[in-house]
Design a binder for this molecule. Structure first.
Ligand code: PRP
Length: 215
Protein backbone atom coordinates (compact mmCIF):
# COMPACT_ATOMS: atom_id res chain seq x y z
CA UNK A 1 0.00 0.00 0.00
CA UNK A 2 1.33 3.44 -0.93
CA UNK A 3 2.70 5.61 1.83
CA UNK A 4 -0.03 8.21 2.12
CA UNK A 5 -1.92 9.88 4.93
CA UNK A 6 -4.66 7.99 6.75
CA UNK A 7 -7.76 8.87 4.79
CA UNK A 8 -11.20 9.14 6.40
CA UNK A 9 -14.29 9.27 4.16
CA UNK A 10 -17.26 11.16 5.58
CA UNK A 11 -20.78 11.02 4.19
CA UNK A 12 -21.83 14.41 2.85
CA UNK A 13 -25.12 15.84 4.09
CA UNK A 14 -27.17 14.89 7.14
CA UNK A 15 -24.46 13.20 9.20
CA UNK A 16 -21.57 15.34 7.98
CA UNK A 17 -21.77 18.02 10.69
CA UNK A 18 -21.98 15.49 13.51
CA UNK A 19 -18.98 13.66 12.08
CA UNK A 20 -16.99 16.90 11.89
CA UNK A 21 -18.05 17.75 15.47
CA UNK A 22 -16.73 14.35 16.53
CA UNK A 23 -13.36 14.93 14.84
CA UNK A 24 -13.18 18.33 16.57
CA UNK A 25 -13.99 16.74 19.93
CA UNK A 26 -11.09 14.36 19.45
CA UNK A 27 -8.88 17.43 19.17
CA UNK A 28 -8.33 17.57 15.42
CA UNK A 29 -8.20 20.96 13.72
CA UNK A 30 -11.35 20.98 11.58
CA UNK A 31 -11.02 24.56 10.27
CA UNK A 32 -10.51 23.28 6.73
CA UNK A 33 -13.57 21.02 7.04
CA UNK A 34 -15.77 23.85 8.26
CA UNK A 35 -14.64 26.13 5.44
CA UNK A 36 -14.56 23.55 2.71
CA UNK A 37 -16.36 25.45 -0.06
CA UNK A 38 -16.62 22.99 -2.95
CA UNK A 39 -13.45 21.07 -2.06
CA UNK A 40 -13.73 17.31 -1.60
CA UNK A 41 -10.41 16.49 0.08
CA UNK A 42 -9.67 18.39 3.28
CA UNK A 43 -6.52 18.42 5.37
CA UNK A 44 -6.29 18.05 9.13
CA UNK A 45 -3.34 20.25 10.20
CA UNK A 46 -0.66 18.61 12.37
CA UNK A 47 -2.10 15.13 11.80
CA UNK A 48 -1.24 12.41 9.32
CA UNK A 49 -4.92 12.45 8.34
CA UNK A 50 -6.96 13.78 5.46
CA UNK A 51 -10.72 13.77 5.10
CA UNK A 52 -12.67 12.95 1.97
CA UNK A 53 -16.34 13.91 1.47
CA UNK A 54 -18.52 11.57 -0.57
CA UNK A 55 -22.05 10.31 -1.04
CA UNK A 56 -22.98 7.49 1.32
CA UNK A 57 -22.71 4.58 -1.11
CA UNK A 58 -19.42 5.99 -2.42
CA UNK A 59 -17.98 6.12 1.11
CA UNK A 60 -18.39 2.33 1.14
CA UNK A 61 -16.86 1.99 -2.33
CA UNK A 62 -13.80 4.09 -1.42
CA UNK A 63 -13.26 2.16 1.81
CA UNK A 64 -13.80 -1.22 0.12
CA UNK A 65 -11.21 -0.35 -2.53
CA UNK A 66 -8.74 0.71 0.15
CA UNK A 67 -8.24 4.27 -1.14
CA UNK A 68 -9.83 5.42 2.12
CA UNK A 69 -8.92 3.63 5.35
CA UNK A 70 -11.91 4.63 7.43
CA UNK A 71 -15.43 5.74 6.65
CA UNK A 72 -18.43 7.23 8.43
CA UNK A 73 -21.66 6.06 6.83
CA UNK A 74 -25.26 5.34 7.80
CA UNK A 75 -26.39 1.84 8.64
CA UNK A 76 -29.11 2.31 5.98
CA UNK A 77 -26.50 2.39 3.21
CA UNK A 78 -24.56 -0.49 4.77
CA UNK A 79 -27.73 -2.60 4.91
CA UNK A 80 -28.61 -1.83 1.31
CA UNK A 81 -25.17 -2.18 -0.26
CA UNK A 82 -23.34 -4.61 1.97
CA UNK A 83 -19.66 -4.96 1.05
CA UNK A 84 -16.31 -6.16 2.28
CA UNK A 85 -15.15 -3.99 5.20
CA UNK A 86 -15.16 -4.08 8.97
CA UNK A 87 -18.06 -2.30 10.66
CA UNK A 88 -16.24 -1.21 13.79
CA UNK A 89 -18.60 0.93 15.82
CA UNK A 90 -21.98 2.54 16.21
CA UNK A 91 -21.27 6.27 16.48
CA UNK A 92 -24.61 7.03 18.12
CA UNK A 93 -25.60 9.93 15.89
CA UNK A 94 -27.72 10.06 12.74
CA UNK A 95 -30.33 8.04 14.57
CA UNK A 96 -33.49 7.19 12.65
CA UNK A 97 -35.20 4.02 11.45
CA UNK A 98 -36.29 2.11 8.43
CA UNK A 99 -40.06 1.80 8.50
CA UNK A 100 -42.90 0.43 6.45
CA UNK A 101 -45.36 3.29 6.04
CA UNK A 102 -48.83 3.42 4.54
CA UNK A 103 -51.67 5.88 3.95
CA UNK A 104 -53.21 6.65 7.32
CA UNK A 105 -55.64 3.97 8.42
CA UNK A 106 -54.54 1.34 5.86
CA UNK A 107 -54.06 -2.23 7.13
CA UNK A 108 -51.13 -3.35 4.98
CA UNK A 109 -50.96 -6.93 6.28
CA UNK A 110 -54.68 -7.57 5.66
CA UNK A 111 -55.98 -9.25 2.54
CA UNK A 112 -54.49 -11.77 0.11
CA UNK A 113 -53.43 -9.80 -2.97
CA UNK A 114 -49.73 -9.17 -3.56
CA UNK A 115 -48.95 -5.67 -2.30
CA UNK A 116 -46.67 -3.16 -4.00
CA UNK A 117 -43.97 -1.38 -2.01
CA UNK A 118 -42.03 1.65 -3.28
CA UNK A 119 -38.57 2.29 -1.87
CA UNK A 120 -35.09 3.68 -2.41
CA UNK A 121 -33.88 0.54 -0.64
CA UNK A 122 -35.03 -2.54 -2.62
CA UNK A 123 -32.55 -4.91 -0.97
CA UNK A 124 -33.57 -3.94 2.58
CA UNK A 125 -37.22 -4.21 1.54
CA UNK A 126 -36.75 -7.59 -0.14
CA UNK A 127 -35.07 -9.06 2.95
CA UNK A 128 -37.68 -7.61 5.32
CA UNK A 129 -40.60 -9.20 3.49
CA UNK A 130 -38.69 -12.39 2.76
CA UNK A 131 -38.15 -12.84 6.51
CA UNK A 132 -41.90 -12.45 6.95
CA UNK A 133 -42.59 -14.98 4.18
CA UNK A 134 -44.60 -12.30 2.42
CA UNK A 135 -44.57 -11.90 -1.36
CA UNK A 136 -44.50 -8.24 -2.44
CA UNK A 137 -43.75 -6.33 -5.64
CA UNK A 138 -40.96 -3.83 -5.07
CA UNK A 139 -40.68 -0.64 -7.13
CA UNK A 140 -37.40 1.30 -6.95
CA UNK A 141 -37.85 5.06 -6.47
CA UNK A 142 -35.00 7.58 -6.33
CA UNK A 143 -36.36 10.08 -3.80
CA UNK A 144 -39.45 11.55 -2.13
CA UNK A 145 -40.79 7.99 -1.91
CA UNK A 146 -43.77 9.28 0.10
CA UNK A 147 -45.30 10.31 -3.21
CA UNK A 148 -45.74 6.72 -4.45
CA UNK A 149 -48.73 5.64 -2.31
CA UNK A 150 -50.33 9.09 -2.67
CA UNK A 151 -50.53 8.82 -6.46
CA UNK A 152 -51.47 5.14 -6.37
CA UNK A 153 -48.16 3.57 -7.45
CA UNK A 154 -47.82 1.49 -4.28
CA UNK A 155 -49.65 0.23 -1.22
CA UNK A 156 -46.81 1.22 1.07
CA UNK A 157 -43.23 2.47 1.25
CA UNK A 158 -40.11 1.34 3.04
CA UNK A 159 -38.13 4.45 3.85
CA UNK A 160 -36.13 6.29 6.46
CA UNK A 161 -38.18 7.99 9.15
CA UNK A 162 -36.39 10.50 11.34
CA UNK A 163 -38.81 13.02 12.85
CA UNK A 164 -41.89 11.59 11.09
CA UNK A 165 -42.75 15.03 9.69
CA UNK A 166 -42.59 13.98 6.03
CA UNK A 167 -45.01 11.11 6.65
CA UNK A 168 -47.35 13.25 8.71
CA UNK A 169 -47.49 16.11 6.23
CA UNK A 170 -48.39 13.66 3.49
CA UNK A 171 -51.11 11.75 5.31
CA UNK A 172 -48.97 8.66 5.86
CA UNK A 173 -48.10 6.77 9.04
CA UNK A 174 -45.64 4.14 10.21
CA UNK A 175 -47.18 0.68 9.96
CA UNK A 176 -44.18 -1.44 11.00
CA UNK A 177 -40.55 -0.88 11.96
CA UNK A 178 -37.94 -2.51 9.75
CA UNK A 179 -34.66 -1.65 11.50
CA UNK A 180 -32.97 1.04 13.58
CA UNK A 181 -30.35 3.19 11.83
CA UNK A 182 -27.39 5.24 13.01
CA UNK A 183 -23.98 6.34 11.73
CA UNK A 184 -21.30 3.63 11.73
CA UNK A 185 -17.52 3.65 11.52
CA UNK A 186 -16.18 1.30 8.86
CA UNK A 187 -12.58 0.28 8.19
CA UNK A 188 -10.86 -1.22 5.15
CA UNK A 189 -9.83 -4.80 5.90
CA UNK A 190 -6.25 -4.43 4.59
CA UNK A 191 -5.67 -1.06 6.32
CA UNK A 192 -6.75 -2.73 9.54
CA UNK A 193 -3.87 -5.17 9.21
CA UNK A 194 -1.16 -3.05 7.57
CA UNK A 195 -1.74 0.15 9.57
CA UNK A 196 -3.06 -1.61 12.63
CA UNK A 197 -1.42 0.59 15.26
CA UNK A 198 -2.42 3.94 13.72
CA UNK A 199 -5.94 2.83 12.79
CA UNK A 200 -6.55 1.37 16.25
CA UNK A 201 -5.46 4.66 17.82
CA UNK A 202 -7.89 6.66 15.65
CA UNK A 203 -10.70 4.16 16.29
CA UNK A 204 -10.05 4.39 20.04
CA UNK A 205 -10.23 8.21 19.95
CA UNK A 206 -13.43 8.12 17.90
CA UNK A 207 -15.07 5.58 20.20
CA UNK A 208 -14.06 7.50 23.35
CA UNK A 209 -15.66 10.65 21.99
CA UNK A 210 -18.81 9.37 20.35
CA UNK A 211 -20.85 7.77 23.12
CA UNK A 212 -24.57 8.48 23.18
CA UNK A 213 -24.54 10.93 26.06
CA UNK A 214 -22.22 13.17 24.04
CA UNK A 215 -24.56 13.34 21.08
C1 PRP B 1 -35.45 11.25 3.93
C2 PRP B 1 -36.46 10.14 3.86
C3 PRP B 1 -37.75 10.84 4.16
C4 PRP B 1 -37.34 11.91 5.14
C5 PRP B 1 -37.67 11.50 6.54
O1 PRP B 1 -35.42 11.88 2.71
O2 PRP B 1 -36.43 9.51 2.59
O3 PRP B 1 -38.30 11.40 2.99
O4 PRP B 1 -35.93 12.08 4.99
O5 PRP B 1 -37.37 12.50 7.47
P1 PRP B 1 -38.44 12.96 8.58
O6 PRP B 1 -39.03 11.73 9.21
O7 PRP B 1 -37.63 13.77 9.55
O8 PRP B 1 -39.48 13.79 7.88
P2 PRP B 1 -34.33 12.94 2.29
O9 PRP B 1 -34.56 14.24 2.96
O10 PRP B 1 -32.97 12.35 2.55
O11 PRP B 1 -34.59 13.16 0.75
P3 PRP B 1 -35.16 12.20 -0.39
O12 PRP B 1 -36.54 11.75 -0.02
O13 PRP B 1 -35.17 13.04 -1.63
O14 PRP B 1 -34.22 11.05 -0.51
Amino acid sequence: MENRKVRIALTKGRIENKAVDLLEKIGYDVTDLRNKGRRLILSVPNEDIEVVLAKAADVITYVEHGVCDLGVVGKDTIMEHGGKFFEISDLGFGKCRFALAVKKGTDFYMGYGVKTVATKYPEVTRRFFEAKGMDVDIVKIEGSVELAPLVGLSDGIVDIVETGTTLKENGLEVYDTVAPISARLIVNTVSMKLKQERISEIVRLIEENCDDKNN
